[in-house]
Design a protein around this ligand. Structure first.
Ligand code: C5P
Length: 424
């Protein structure tokens, strides 16, 4: 069952052009299995019609406080109170002013006054209106009242201007809602994740790399952000956008990833939020071309028919370096982050599971980390880029767990839950 399955969500729509984006939010919520009730202000219905809202939410839409007897038998104020989450999108400057002032002059503001559960606001307006002192005063007031926010974003605005005031995308509002409703088991904790492949340049147009998609690291990053963690994500070239809210460092080569991770390690020692854990999912190239050619290598220049010989140099092992540093802290009786590695192996045959574990145990000891998650990339559903993974977790204490084939999202959640059991 998905996260939104059967959750009761109220969506309130203010009168702004961004209301058209809220239609997409309604669609996403319904598609994810949520039950949705919509309240629109009178102004909102100038931008989107009741018929559209009804079709997308599956219920009649209420706007007027004084309409007697609802024909679908739903009391919208009660529903807005009982919903797990009330999302206001778009939240206009006027609506925020009325909320900050405690008004109850229409159905929506009345429902908001009666609401005790979480409220998530997605503001949308012209950038001058957003930065106006009156609006900022209202923002501060609403923040003090415990209202939550997503956006507004910087970008092109409906009025033709460029600036801050764009409503967050529907996917982002959904994600913000999910974070609000998720248990905050990592709040106040800092997690470092490496993800994706590295590219080792041969010449200005060619590189050595691997098939890593970055999906496992991304899944852990999403899960950690939802659980309230501060996440630093050091990643190689991947096709996915960085999860919103993560502190991302984009690198290309293993050497760059090594330097970025070391810098984060050194910074965290002085950081107000030291690392609680470091998870290394990146598929780091073990070798790089010993010499990067400054000009494109030409096949004619190799002379005869033999191939140009590639000389490789070894890359530093980032995981082993950080594990050694963490172990040193532990020896000094200082708090150290939990260090987690991933190992993708290629075992075949009937004994593959036993061989995989034996390989994993050896690697765990060799790398010096606390935990290693091993998987067989040839096993069903475990290929590079696959949305699923089947892992065996090995702890340095000898504790082992073999998990079933799960979505990478669930593997990420389980791993984070497991790590919380190790925090002292
Ligand atoms: O040795 P192997 O590549 O199988 O080890 C895999 C684990 O080590 C992964 O967690 C990977 O992110 C990490 N690693 C690393 N730096 C390297 C090679 C691997 O951090 N140079």
């Amino acid at each position: 069952m998905g996260f939104w399955s059967n959750r009761y969500i109220a969506v309130a729509i203010g009168g702004g052009i961004a209301a058209y984006k809220t239609l997409e939010l309604l669609r996403l919520l319904r598609e994810a299995g949520a039950r949705v009730v919509v309240i629109a202000t009178a102004a909102a219905l100038h931008f989107v019609t009741p018929l559209t809202l009804q079709a997308l939410s599956g219920h009649l839409v209420r706007s007027d406080l004084f309409t007697p007897n609802e024909s679908d038998g739903m009391d919208h104020i009660r529903l807005a109170q009982e919903a797990e989450l009330l999302i206001v999108a778009p939240a206009t400057a006027d609506l925020m002013a009325r909320m900050a002032g405690g008004h109850g002059d229409d159905l929506l503001t009345t429902a908001l006054l009666a609401r005790q559960g979480p409220v998530l606001l997605a503001p949308a307006m012209n950038s001058a209106m957003w930065s106006h002192p009156a609006t900022q005063r209202n923002v501060a007031q609403l923040q003090a009242d415990g209202i939550h926010w997503v956006g507004p974003e910087y970008g092109a605005l409906a009025c033709g201007d460029q600036g801050q005031g764009r409503m967050a995308a529907a996917e982002q509002i959904l994600e913000a809602g999910r974070r609000l409703l998720s248990p905050q088991s990592w709040r106040g904790r800092h997690l470092l994740i490496t993800a994706g492949p590295t590219q080792e340049e041969l010449d200005p147009v060619r590189y050595l790399s691997n098939r890593s998609s970055g999906r496992m690291g991304w899944a852990i990053c999403h899960a950690a952000l939802r659980a309230g963690a501060h996440v630093t994500l050091v990643h190689g070239p991947v096709a996915m956008p960085v999860p919103w809210g993560a502190e991302a460092v984009a690198v290309q080569s293993a050497q760059q990833m090594y330097e970025a991770v070391l810098q984060i390690w050194e910074r965290q020692e002085q950081h107000a939020l030291p690392l609680s854990a470091a998870i290394f999912t990146a598929a780091v190239a073990d070798f790089r071309p010993a010499r990067r050619q400054t000009r494109k290598i030409k096949k004619e220049e190799s002379g005869d028919q033999t191939l140009t010989r590639l000389t490789l140099a070894q890359n530093p092992d980032i995981l082993a370096t950080i594990a050694a540093r963490a172990n040193r802290l532990t020896q000094e009786n200082r708090p150290a982050p939990i260090v987690v590695g991933f190992a993708a192996e290629t075992q075949t045959g009937a004994e593959s599971q036993a061989a995989l574990r034996a390989l994993g145990q050896k690697k765990l000891a060799h790398k010096g980390c606390d935990l290693l998650l091993v998987n067989n990339v040839w096993a069903e559903g475990c290929a590079f880029g696959s949305p699923t993974n089947q892992v065996t977790l090995l702890h340095r204490s000898g504790h082992e767990e073999t998990w079933p084939l799960l979505s990478k999202e669930v593997v990420g959640e389980r791993l984070l839950d497991y790590l919380t059991t190790l925090f002292v």
